[in-house]
Design a protein around this ligand. Structure first.
Ligand SMILES: Cc1cc2nc3c(=O)[nH]c(=O)nc-3n(C[C@H](O)[C@H](O)[C@H](O)COP(=O)(O)OP(=O)(O)OC[C@H]3O[C@@H](n4cnc5c(N)ncnc54)[C@H](O)[C@@H]3O)c2cc1C
Length: 399
């Protein structure tokens, strides 16, 4: 039995690590995730705004793992991690490791609110949340199609948080509704999408030109922007803002921030305010060099030590770095310090319109949309191809 590497979380970070490690035939790799799929969060705006089906936003983990000889996939929930005894407790059974990669990502931070409201709210970070949003819109539209009376009623959606995901979702949904309204003179004149930004603009911290492009686009689509306002409470289908104004809502989308995967809360190691694990420059825990933390679960920094926002790009880079360092350590070579950076940001702004910031170049409109689609496909297609090969392997074994 070779050296056993256990990877917790089969998303951007965990998969990047798995692909890199699988090149070493002496390793025995176990990939564990609570879902049998990798949800492509970077495409969830397409699912929410009904531009794609959910099958297009996932990659099968059992099939992907089957593409590799030394990778085993376990469909289990991680219940706890026992660093002292080098074992991970799962929803059923446990799994011991020689080296551990924690790639459990993050979850949407939700406001404190009445339990009942949770049925009318969702976040874009999970397939379930994105599907719930999409199904809610479709159902509401259908009701308005069937009943002229219902069509006169106000239909309010509040998007709490105007960072990248909040902006993409508000623009995508509003574009979808505008298109629907234009083709059906029946309804939706009363639809209002409210985007709440606690700062003076949407996309706080991004390049001013990108902020201008996004703001103009959102205004053109008729998204209602509320800047410099924070949500202070949620009660009875209304959000209460810091200026004491109230916005009633039929559906609420939480896009105001994330926190590290809840299972990490019980892990007794240093973390930041978002619950992300602090790691050394090699992405290991300071207290245990056999444990790596990558992606949104880690407090990642660039080479100069500046904190990096949680992105798929840095999740992939950190997964690859951790894998590289594991391989180096096993072959008694010096591990490498992580050199993580954000190469560019692509923001979908409804329909075939996007904005891209490539540091020295900013692009908007249809060309930016095409580049964004290309980036998404360059990530998705190789994975899908590998999953297809894995699926063929599984099917041929069954015969
Ligand atoms: C709407 C939206 C748009 C985005 N757009 C972009 C973009 O354009 N570009 C970009 O770079 N980034 C983007 N991001 C951010 C990006 O999606 C995240 O940073 C990225 O998903 C982090 O990857 P990860 O592998 O660290 O973790 P995650 O993707 O969060 O995955 C964690 C994995 O761990 C599993 N897991 C968690 N807990 C358990 C448990 N207890 N047991 C078993 N399994 C568990 C989950 O099922 C999941 O598969 C976007 C995010 C959103 C929400």
């Amino acid at each position: 039995m070779g050296h056993h590497v256990v990877i917790l979380g089969g998303s951007y970070g965990g998969i990047a690590a798995m692909r890199r490690l699988s090149k070493n035939p002496d390793l025995n790799i176990t990939l564990i995730d609570q879902h049998p799929y990798h949800f492509l969060q970077t495409e969830s705006y397409e699912l929410i705004s009904s531009n794609t089906s959910f099958e297009e936003t996932i990659v099968s983990l059992p099939a992907l793992a089957a593409n590799y000889d030394h990778v085993t996939y376990k469909h289990r929930k991680v219940e706890s991690i026992d660093l002292e005894n080098r074992v991970v407790r799962l929803s059923s059974g446990e799994c011991s490791y020689d080296t551990l990669i924690i790639a459990l990502g993050s979850v949407t931070k939700r406001f404190e609110c009445d339990e009942g409201i949770y049925n009318y709210s969702g976040g874009p970070k999970s397939l379930r949340g994105a599907l719930r949003l999409n199904q809610f819109f479709q159902t509401e539209l259908y009701k308005r199609l069937e009943s002229a009376e219902k069509a006169k009623e106000n239909f309010n959606i509040v998007v709490g948080g105007a960072g990248l995901s909040g902006v993409e979702i508000a623009a995508g949904m509003q574009h979808f509704f505008n298109r629907y309204y234009r083709s059906n003179a029946l309804s939706c004149a009363t639809l209002h999408i409210h985007l709440i930004a606690s700062r003076e603009s949407v996309l706080h911290g991004m390049h001013p030109q990108i902020i201008r492009i996004a703001t103009r686009r959102l205004e053109k689509l008729r998204v209602k922007l509320h800047t410099r306002k924070r949500i202070t409470a949620i009660e009875d289908h209304r959000v209460i803002l810091s200026d004491e104004s109230l916005i009633p809502f039929d559906f609420m989308i939480f896009a105001g921030g994330t926190m590290a995967a809840p299972v990490l809360q019980d892990l007794d190691i240093p973390k930041n305010q978002k619950g992300q694990c602090l790691v050394n420059p090699y992405l290991q825990l300071e207290s245990d060099s056999d444990v790596y933390v990558v992606g949104d679960a880690a407090a990642l920094c660039d080479k100069a030590g500046n904190p990096l926002p949680p992105t798929a790009q840095t999740a992939i880079q950190s997964g690859e770095t951790a894998a590289h360092n594991i391989l180096n350590t096993l072959s008694r070579q010096v591990p490498q310090k992580a050199d993580l950076s954000i190469k560019g940001i692509a923001i979908a702004l409804g329909g075939r319109y996007a904005a891209i910031d490539l540091k020295y170049l900013r692009i908007k409109g249809y060309p930016a949309y095409l580049i964004k689609k290309l980036i998404e496909r360059l990530y998705k297609w190789p994975l899908r191809w590998q999953a297809l090969r894995g699926y063929r392997r599984i099917s041929s074994c069954r015969i």
